[in-house]
Design a protein around this ligand. Structure first.
Ligand SMILES: [Fe+2]
Length: 289
């Protein structure tokens, strides 16, 4: 009996040790590596297929000097357009971090046209005394979509392309306040465009919460913010996503809600001091046809 107990204890200790080593190796790999995840998405009205790279949640991280490793991975995808979908810097970013972000945009612009929308962290940075990011983004040659839209030529297709932080449902506001909000007006403007519509919306709660997707006539939302659940449990999914909480259903990937489609990139960095585990930083590639 005593012998069996000791064997059981030994097996348990070995399992814990193996799991610990696997987690440790994964943290090292996920701290420096980069994975390419590709998706195929069909949108009505797109005549010529094109390729977009979606970047999000870099949080000031650097992949090689001057982000050269990240740039090299993106060049390899030969994108027609690059979308920077928010939280590329931290809310408390210093000047060096902001400069790195703007330099990255300038390098991306040498690869393809670049469109930028803000995440909650860029907004926090600017509202807490940081410099206005808009002039630097425009000087880098990128187009800023700050609760606004443009008619963009993407791979030979005319598309109504918009950018918003998110919150596309009342979220505690009165109907009057909600209908007067820049994000609500933006959606209505885009719906009326008569063109295929793509929205860079950092927060995917735009779609997920209270089945907000039922309210919109938009073809595709591109989001981030979830960090893929930060720590991914093999064969199960993400552990935690900001706003969705523990064991999020929509942690990363493509979600087809019928009229509306949502693509969530798991992004490039960990969440605060929590490292990514079994969750490689992602260069998200979308083949749209
Ligand atoms: Fe975020």
């Amino acid at each position: 009996m005593r012998k069996r107990f000791h064997i059981g204890l030994g097996i348990l200790a070995a399992v814990i040790l193996i799991c610990g080593i696997a987690v440790g190796i994964s943290i090292l790999v996920c701290n420096s590596g980069l994975a390419v995840h590709a998706y195929d998405i069909q949108i009505k009205g797109i005549g010529q297929p094109f390729t977009a790279v979606v970047l999000t949640d870099l949080h000031g991280k650097e992949f090689g000097e001057g982000n050269e490793e990240l740039l090299e991975k993106i060049r390899g995808q030969k994108p027609d357009v690059i979308f920077s979908v928010g939280d590329m810097i931290d809310g408390d970013a210093d000047q060096a971090q902001v400069r790195r972000f703007l330099e990255l945009l300038a390098e991306l612009r040498k690869i393809a046209p670049v469109y930028v929308s803000y995440g909650n962290h860029e907004k926090a940075y600017m509202s807490s005394g940081g410099t206005d990011l808009a002039p630097g983004i425009e000087a880098a040659g990128a187009v800023l979509l700050d609760e606004s839209c443009v008619t963009a030529e993407l791979g030979g297709n005319k598309v109504c392309l918009g950018g918003t932080v998110g919150h596309l449902y009342p979220f505690g506001r009165t109907p009057e306040d909600y209908h007067a909000s820049p994000e609500y007006r933006l959606m209505k403007q885009m719906e009326a465009s008569g063109l295929p519509t793509i929205v860079l919306a950092h927060l995917p709660d735009t779609i997920i919460f209270v089945e907000a997707y039922k309210n919109w006539d938009i073809d595709l939302f591109l989001s981030g913010h979830t960090h893929g659940g930060v720590i991914r449990i093999p064969f199960f999914g993400g552990l935690y996503a900001p706003m969705q909480g523990w064991f999020p259903d929509e942690d990363m990937g493509h979600f087809d809600y019928g009229r509306v489609q949502l693509l969530i990139s798991s992004g490039l960095a960990g969440h605060g001091k929590v490292p990514r585990v079994f969750n490689m930083p992602e260069v998200c590639v979308v083949h749209i046809s």
